[in-house]
Design a protein around this ligand. Structure first.
Ligand code: HEM
Length: 489
């Protein structure tokens, strides 16, 4: 005779299968978009990739079209593979397509609840977003240019000294700019305590970001299982990451508070906002919002900017002809003896085209950041249920032959007309590379300025070429696109 716990387990499993079966059974009028064939109950669970996700989702786009539907254990997933549909849903119906999924591992166990990048669409998110956007809108961008330019100069000095440490230099560059702009903190050349903590927090995020990486995101009730229960190792991992996540948010913020109290704070995102706190009544709440906005900036901005510059180096190594053209433009406009500045930008269209092509050719977030659908909807006759996780498939959109001729080719000329001026008919990759609708990246103007100044300065002083092997021959390089949430540096 089976024991009572075993019977209970079977009963629970039976109930779960029934719920999934009933949820998946749809009336004829509720037709989902096409997608890979699901199995009973588990749906497309076995089709989910655990690495290089974008490759699988792009294959689905080729097989099933611009809107692809999958179902994993009753959870609805939707992949948007065309810019037209991305605009229709994320922009025109943005009120319904701007939510985020509640991810128990990230939000509840790892302590990211304070991050507005993870917050549900609503009043609290809006307050954060408004405060953040106000500091990073286009009119504010020039405020950060001196820091970005100074750090670009430091970057080229660092690369000159130790070219073999390129990755570290790119990460240091991105981290330095953000810590200076947000907290007014100069980070140490190596082993900075704030950066080390932040990297630990982000390492955790990268490990849990893939769909289905942790079962607790599929079965949220597992979040209540205590850490000592066999198989609940995720609880211990989450607790360690949580310490890093909260330290990343709190420690630099405390440093600015102390500097403000001593009168030694330099102007920065946090000090400006703290000085502007408008009333005693809401001060605590506003301070939490400032802390949260500041804490998210490093998490959202550092890796992504470094990753773009890393793609730039790869592209230049593979395309010496692009470098030669860029350097001819720089020689003609800048001349000898100085480095480019932001005032030169409008006279350097080919450098602008390289920046656009970097964002298009190897987008930092190939699958964007998933949004969640708030209410049931219908699009082109297809049913899109509330709670659907919806991905803007940025890689597919930026490699769509309908918009970009020979999309796999790194070819900045696509953005220029025969007379060298900017081509207005070719879609700017910023339309997808920075996400969609109301959730579009609020740091995009700062990011664009930073990539631009770095690219312009690097091409002014360096020729980028593959390293040499022990026989003095160039190491063979090829572009392999692997993707997770962020294309890793
Ligand atoms: C090349 C650099 C960057 C790229 C490619 C990039 C891309 C993205 C993408 C794809 C999203 C998700 C948008 C969506 O949900 O549809 C996002 C969100 C976000 N990004 Fe960026 N980003 C970059 C740099 C930055 C920088 C420098 C900052 C801060 C200074 C920043 C702050 C944010 C924030 C706060 C969010 C969350 C927005 C929200 O959920 O409302 N990003 N970014």
């Amino acid at each position: 005779m089976p024991s009572t716990p075993v019977l209970a387990l079977f009963a629970a499993l039976g109930a779960f299968c029934t719920i999934v079966f009933v949820r998946n059974k749809k009336p004829e009028s509720r037709r989902f978009p096409p997608g890979p064939k699901p199995l009973p109950v588990i749906g497309n669970l076995c089709d989910l990739p655990f690495k290089d996700e974008a490759a699988t989702y792009n294959k689905w786009a080729k097989e099933h079209g611009d809107l692809v539907y999958a179902n994993v254990l009753g959870r609805h997933l939707l992949f948007v593979n065309s810019l037209q549909i991305a605009n229709d849903l994320f922009e025109k119906r943005s009120v319904n397509y701007s939510d985020r999924n509640g991810l128990p591992m990230i939000n509840d166990l790892m302590g990211w609840k304070w991050s507005f990048g993870h917050m549900p669409y609503g009043e609290r998110w809006r307050k954060h977003r408004k405060m953040f956007e106000r500091q990073f809108r286009p009119a504010m961008a020039p405020t950060y240019w001196p820091t970005q330019r100074k750090e670009a100069h430091r970057l080229i000095r660092n690369i000159l000294e130790t070219p073999g440490d390129l990755r570290e230099h790119l990460r240091h560059n991105a981290g330095s700019v953000i810590m200076k702009v947000i907290y007014g903190i100069e980070i140490a050349p190596r082993g900075d305590k704030y950066i080390e903590i932040a990297e630990e927090a982000l390492d955790g995020m990268a490990k849990v970001a893939a769909l289905g990486a942790f079962l607790v995101d599929i079965f949220p009730l597992l979040k209540h299982v205590p850490a000592w229960v066999p198989g609940a190792g995720f609880q211990k991992k989450a607790a360690a990451w949580k310490r890093a996540v909260l330290s990343m948010r709190d420690l630099p913020f405390q440093a600015v508070q102390e500097a403000l109290a001593n009168g030694t704070a330099s102007p920065c995102f946090v000090s400006r906002l703290m000085n502007d706190l408008d009333s005693e009544v809401y001060a605590d709440d506003q301070m939490e919002i400032i802390k949260g906005c500041a804490g998210l900036a490093y998490a959202a901005g550092a890796e992504s900017t470094a990753s773009s510059l890393s793609s730039f180096f790869l592209a230049m190594t593979l395309h010496p002809e692009v470098q030669i053209k860029a350097q001819a433009e720089l020689d003609a406009v800048i001349g000898p003896g100085r480095l480019p500045g932001y005032n030169d930008r409008s006279s350097l269209p080919y450098i602008n085209a390289i920046v656009k092509e970097v964002l298009r050719w190897n987008p930092v977030a190939p699958l964007g950041l998933p949004h969640m659908v708030t209410n049931d909807d219908t699009y082109n006759g297809y049913f899109i249920p509330a709670g659907t996780t919806i991905f803007g498939n940025t890689w597919a959109i930026l490699h769509d032959e309908r918009n970009y001729n020979q999309p796999m080719k790194f070819w900045p000329e696509r953005f220029l007309m025969a007379d060298g001026k900017e081509h207005e008919m070719v879609i700017d990759p910023a339309a997808a590379a920075f996400g969609y609708g109301q959730r579009i990246c609020p740091g995009r103007f700062m990011a664009d300025a930073q990539i631009w100044i770095s690219v312009a300065c690097i091409l002014t002083v360096f020729n980028i070429a593959p390293a040499l092997d022990d026989n003095g021959m160039p190491v063979e390089i090829s572009a392999k696109f692997q993707s997770a949430m962020i294309w890793s540096v």
